[in-house]
Design a protein around this ligand. Sequence first.
Ligand SMILES: [Mg+2]
Length: 398
Amino acid sequence: MERKILHSDANAFYASVECVLNPDLKGKAVAVCGSQEERHGIVLAKSELAKRAGIKTGMTNWQAKRLCPELVIVPPRHDIYAKFSEALHEIYIRYTDYVEPFGLDECWLDVTRSSRAPYDIAEDIRQTVKGELGLTVSVGVSFNKVFAKLGSDMKKPDAVTVITRDNFKDTVWRLPCSDMIYCGRATTEKLKKLGVRTIGELARFPQDVLLKVFGKNGGKLWQNANGMDSDPVSRYDTCEQAKSVGHGVTCVADLVNAEEAGTVIVSLTQEIGQKLRKMRLRARGVQVTVRDKDLSFESWQAQLETPTQSAAVLAAAGSELLKKRYGWNKPIRALTVSAIRLESVDKPDQLSLFQTDDKRERVENTLDAIRSKFGDGAIRPATLLGESKLPPHGKNNL
Ligand SMILES: [Mg+2]
């Protein structure tokens, strides 16, 4: 049976959420920027008006301000975006159990089993999201995930695009290869050298040459260009299964300052990093939970700008979060760090801008290999060599 796949993408997600929450921003050029600090912050998202003024994701704040002096810059509020993301998912699962998130603001839906036409469902979703959340989405409708995603990019904001078996050669084949998911910058460059610029040229290119140049991925690229992608949409609950990888400890003596807590966090994240690499998962967020000496709990989350498996990145984010949120009125008795909002490493990152730190990942993979050969104590971060209030290894974990 022909599959019916939708890909729904919330338009200018962060900026749109900010506009929903603060109506004063409506009708203004708005950019959500990573840091308010004058030169170093970059644009993470921009409203439709900011986009029209030429603002691009990844620009520095000062470039953006120079281009559009009336631009309103707001800091990101990742906790709130995560809530809106969940609210979007709640709408999607009314239509099917097969809802697979991709980043915070995009989802695939498989509605093959529905008796309704996929276009009608897409229209319904577009209107429901607008009515209930005040956000706009663009939806691609197709017979596979690759074309559905492509479709959601073709008309936006607030639109539905249908790519069928009959029209894909006319609609998709004229587009550049880089418009297609899984065709990153390096692949695009290599394809250019082969004289392949459009998806149509890729589709008509000899598959055996692609296999020689790109290996298995070459075959996949060729199939995707020909509308032969058969990757299934995951069930929503399977995505939920591995929601987090956490590790906690009750300390031998209460922690009294950020430095002591930092050492514990570095230790906890070592194992989290190893687990993530073993499970082939990357985290998009970190959560820190503390229990103070009176045994009351507090927990905070932060979004990571780059999805990661790196213990060092998780440790830095966890320490930063604790520093920002914990007042140190009471010493800490127990501490748990969790890698949250997990995704498979086999999924390419949504924004090539936020490339994962390959070098760091390679180093940490090497460390894992050494540890598995010589034991966990073989290599430890320098921070852990001094005195700490950690219990002996493997004991007393929460
Ligand atoms: Mg989006």
